[in-house]
Design a protein around this ligand. Structure first.
Ligand code: AMP
Length: 196
C-alpha cells in the first residue's frame, strides 16, 4: 500500500528514526529535507551554497530553495509511497506539497507530530553530538533558534492537518519501539479506511 506520511516535531524528536522504521517496514521512500540540504551543502552545489548559512544558523530555508531541493517526490509518492521527514515545516510548504501530489493523483495520508519537551531535545542533542557531528547541533544558540523556529513557524502547521482530520499527536518521550507500535496502528487504520 502506498501512503504519503508527514512526520514532524522539534529537533531530535525522533522523526528520522521513525521514518527509517516506516521505510523498512512498508517500503516507502524516506525523504529527509534536512539530510537533502546537508548533502547539497556538502556537494558544493548552487542550492547548497544558498542554503548553507541559513541551515547553520538554525533558520528556515526559503521556499524557492526548498522547492528546488525537493526533486521528483510526487512521482516517488505515486510509485512507492513516501515518508516526509522535516518537510513541510510551514503551511505554505504544505500547500506546495498538496499541489505537487495532486498532479500525480496522490495526497497526504497522515501527519504525525512527535511531541517532546525542551529538556528532552537538549539531552538527545547532547548525546548525538559526537555520533552525527552535525554543525547545527554544536552551538546551543543555534539549537535554541531551531526550537524557536519550530514553535513559531512549524507548530501552526498542526491546524492545517487537523482541519483535514489527518493530524496524529504522539508522545515522543516514549521508547522508539512504543512510538513505532502506535504509528503502525495509525497506518493499519489508514489501510482499513482506504483499502488501497
Ligand atoms: P533537520 O535535519 O530536519 O533538523 O533540518 C536541519 C535544518 O535544515 C533546519 O534547521 C533548517 O535550517 C533546514 N530545513 C530542513 N527542512 C526544512 C524545510 N522544510 N524548510 C526550511 N528549512 C528546512
Amino acid at each position: 500500500m502506498k501512503k504519503v506520511i508527514v512526520i514532524y516535531g522539534l529537533p531530535a524528536s525522533g522523526k528520522s528514526t521513525q521514518a527509517k522504521l516506516l521505510e523498512k517496514k512498508y517500503g516507502w521512500q524516506h525523504f529527509s529535507m534536512g539530510e537533502k540540504l546537508r548533502a547539497l551543502i556538502k556537494s558544493g552545489s548552487d542550492i547548497g551554497a544558498k542554503a548553507k548559512d541559513i541551515v547553520e544558523n538554525g533558520l528556515l530555508v526559503p521556499d524557492d530553495i526548498i522547492l528546488a531541493a525537493l526533486g521528483p517526490v510526487a512521482e516517488q509518492a505515486q510509485s512507492t509511497g513516501i515518508v516526509f521527514d522535516g518537510f513541510p515545516r510551514k503551511q505554505e510548504q504544505a500547500q506546495i506539497l498538496d499541489k505537487l501530489l495532486a498532479d500525480t493523483g496522490t495526497k497526504v495520508s497522515a501527519c504525525l507530530l512527535l511531541e517532546v519537551s525542551g529538556e528532552t531535545v537538549q539531552k538527545r542533542i547532547n548525546s548525538r553530538l559526537s555520533v552525527e557531528a552535525r554543525s547545527d547541533d554544536q552551538d546551543s544558540a543555534v539549537v535554541k533558534n531551531r526550537v524557536e523556529v519550530f514553535e513559531q513557524e512549524s507548530l501552526p502547521l498542526c491546524a492545517y492537518y487537523e482541519a483535514q482530520n489527518k493530524l496524529y499527536r504522539l508522545d515522543g518521550e516514549k521508547s522508539v519501539e512504543e512510538i513505532f507500535e502506535k504509528i503502525c496502528e495509525i497506518v493499519e487504520n489508514l489501510y482499513e479506511k482506504s483499502r488501497d
